[in-house]
Write a protein of this length. Structure first.
Ligand SMILES: Cc1cc2nc3c(=O)[nH]c(=O)nc-3n(C[C@H](O)[C@H](O)[C@H](O)COP(=O)(O)OP(=O)(O)OC[C@H]3O[C@@H](n4cnc5c(N)ncnc54)[C@H](O)[C@@H]3O)c2cc1C
Ligand SMILES: Cc1cc2nc3c(=O)[nH]c(=O)nc-3n(C[C@H](O)[C@H](O)[C@H](O)COP(=O)(O)O)c2cc1C
Ligand code: FES
Lengths: 280, 298
């Protein structure tokens, strides 16, 4: 899975906007042409938080969108962030005109499954996992890709289904699942997926990419393995460096091969389910 | 130069800057046999520090020679191969195999990794350290550097043992044995019970040990531990270091070394020092404490 070497930038960029979306979620718009113009969906950036030693290590964030359109002319980089700790709290306080120090783009793009005319690609997002899936849809649209795709989003309540509007706006068929039933399907996104899968007569024509909390990712892997589905999952392991130097972000390789730890940051972050161990 | 284990095998830095930029490169530790490393999670951030339990994951000697070394050689800079082993014979095997190969300038013997039992066995006992170095010494005409562990009561004793056994230089410190606990689950927050702490949090300890080691030996001391800036480099030089390695800081600023060198020159010039030699060892234990007005306001 070696890719041609992609130039990676480490630089300081200007924050153009910080849009607070409620529930501790916010979107950072950053003028970063050198990263935006080469970034692909599924890749991420490492953000340096402040200039002191605490927090020490950069924080990884998927690229949520680039603008105006994905491709070599893109200048704007967007991140969708959920506040969970000191790093994301500091990012939430950034405002237009502030500088942000980024490293990227890092990691491999999400795969493009080759499906027949009747094929459907399901994009399954849980919580903040919607971020890379949105960029993926934007890329497909910009390329005029004929790949049929639908988005399944899960969250605890409707207030957290922040991405859904955005997907509707770009005309992507999107289904929601909320734990409390306040929006769409009453249940979790995995149950919604099961229902969806039941509606397909030929599962060989269904492909999927998932990105969500750890529990969702585990469940998704189990379903896909059980039914022999061509699915991939994007992982969010703790990443000290993000570019392959530390061997700190590893997962076990598949169970049927000799034990080998693989680096999520450079070999992923998206892996085909058959390459994932039972527990990861 | 970069510190072992924080530089991968060089190619990881290619997207950022040509590894040829460095004065020397120190790849991650190599052992005779391939090592899978420790189970995840392997790292967690602690206040101004990084706690890791990588467990010396590495491709093993054969694979290193076949695929990694040729890539490292392409960079055209001297390679200081960091070696780890379970037995004296293991270390010897790696050194013998790599001795004399193009750009292999020498060996840094890691007798100090806290994340696997056997590394520390050598590093904790001056006699074992000394036996190891005596065994390896005749096998190489290159630089032989012994990388010491901070997990001892008397670092000077270790340094002297390395010097007497024929090491050309010593490097210190490796990571400090430490732990992080989740009290709710009663579990370690990394995959092993304890791990190794690195980063700015350990810099004051590294500084103290560099001073103690430098006083005890004549051979050059290479300082490692939490170095992030030219100021830090000069602090270590002041207590006696001749060289430095940058580790954890490379994770957040992989392109920092050229800038750091430039800053060094500026700082020396601004302080009216002609060269690093003027700063080296200028720290005096009995000198009056800095008067208050000359103290830098942090
Ligand atoms: C490839 C990748 C892409 C990511 N994309 C996004 C994104 O688009 N938007 C977003 O909001 N977040 C994303 N994350 C997660 C984000 O990196 C973490 O939320 C962030 O590092 C937390 O930093 P903090 O200092 O605020 O919190 P910390 O104090 O570091 O952590 C607070 C809590 O978050 C958990 N946490 C820390 N790091 C991670 C992590 N890497 N993954 C999951 N949980 C973590 C901790 O266990 C802790 O419970 C991504 C992570 C990875 C590895
Ligand atoms: C993730 C990680 C992996 C490391 N792996 C090695 C290794 O393989 N061999 C070695 O001799 N030292 C290893 N070290 C130790 C460093 O080389 C260095 O001695 C230590 O991190 C202190 O320096 P720093 O604070 O600048 O990081 C590792 C350190 C870290 C953080
Ligand atoms: S985060 Fe360092 S190797 Fe992946």
């Amino acid at each position: 899975m070696k890719m041609p070497m992609q130039q990676c930038l480490v630089d300081d960029f200007e924050v153009i906007d910080n849009v607070h979306l409620g529930e501790g979620w916010f979107r950072l718009d950053i003028e970063a042409p050198s990263i935006a113009s080469t970034a692909r969906a599924g890749q991420f950036v490492q953000v340096r938080i402040g200039s002191t030693d605490d927090p020490l290590i950069r924080r990884p964030f998927s690229i949520f969108d680039v603008g105006p359109e994905p491709g070599p002319d893109a200048t704007m980089l967007r991140l969708l962030v959920q506040r969970v700790g000191p790093g994301t709290t500091a990012m939430m306080q950034l405002s237009a005109g502030d500088r942000i120090h980024l490293m990227g783009p890092l990691g491999h793009p999400m795969p493009r499954p080759s499906l027949g005319e009747d094929g459907v690609l399901l994009l399954i997002g849980g919580g903040i996992g919607v971020a890379p899936l949105y960029f993926y849809c934007r890329e497909l649209a910009a390329e005029g890709s004929p790949l049929k795709h639908q988005v399944l989003l899960g969250a605890r309540s409707s207030a957290l289904l922040i991405g859904i509007e955005a997907f509707h706006k770009i005309g992507v068929e999107t289904h929601a699942a909320t734990d409390d039933g306040s929006c769409g399907f009453h249940g979790n996104v995995i149950e919604l997926l099961e229902e969806k899968l039941a509606s397909f007569s030929d599962l060989g024509q269904v492909s999927g990419i998932g990105c969500g909390p750890h529990g969702m990712n585990l469940a998704l892997r189990d379903i896909a393995i059980e039914r022999d589905l061509d699915f991939s999952i994007s992982l969010e392991n703790y990443m000290p460096c993000g570019f392959g130097a530390c061997f700190g972000c590893v997962i076990e390789g598949p169970a049927d091969q000799p034990l080998r730890y693989r680096r999520v940051c450079v070999e992923g972050p998206c892996f085909p389910v058959r390459e994932l161990p039972e527990k990861f | 130069m970069p510190a072992s284990g924080t530089f991968g095998y060089g190619e990881e830095f290619e997207p950022f800057l040509p590894p040829g930029t460095f004065s020397a490169i120190v790849p991650k530790s190599i052992s005779v046999e391939m090592r899978t490393g420790n189970p995840p999670p392997r790292a967690i951030e602690t206040p101004s520090g990084l706690l890791n339990s990588i467990g010396l994951q590495n491709p093993g000697l054969d694979q290193f020679v076949e695929s990694y070394l040729p890539r490292l050689q392409r960079y055209g800079v001297p390679i200081l191969v960091n070696v780890v082993g379970r037995t004296v014979e293991d270390y010897c095997k790696v050194v013998e195999t790599l001795e004399g190969l193009p750009l292999v300038a020498g060996f840094e013997l890691n007798v100090s990794c806290p994340n696997v039992k056997e590394g520390l066995l050598f590093g904790l006992d001056p006699l074992a350290t000394s036996q190891l170095i005596r065994a390896v010494r005749p096998l190489t005409r290159g630089v032989l550097m012994a990388k010491l562990t901070p997990n001892v009561t008397d670092i000077a004793e270790q340094a002297v043992a390395a010097e007497e056994a024929g090491a050309d230089s010593i490097s210190l410190i490796n990571t400090i044995r430490a732990m992080a606990v989740d009290w709710r689950s009663g579990k370690s927050r990394i995959g092993t019970e304890t791990g190794g702490l690195s980063g700015p949090a350990i810099r004051p300890i590294a500084l103290r040990m560099t001073m103690e080691a430098s006083r005890a030996v004549q051979i050059p001391v290479c300082a490692i531990g939490g170095i992030c800036s030219a100021e830090h480099v000069l602090e270590f030089i002041s207590v006696g270091a001749s060289l430095v390695q940058v580790g954890t800081h490379l994770y957040r600023e992989p392109t920092c070394l050229p800038q750091l060198l430039q800053d060094l020159r500026c700082l020396l010039a601004a302080g009216d020092f002609a060269s690093l030699d003027d700063v080296r060892g200028n720290f005096h234990p009995d000198q009056d404490r800095l008067p208050d007005r000359e103290r830098q306001v942090p």
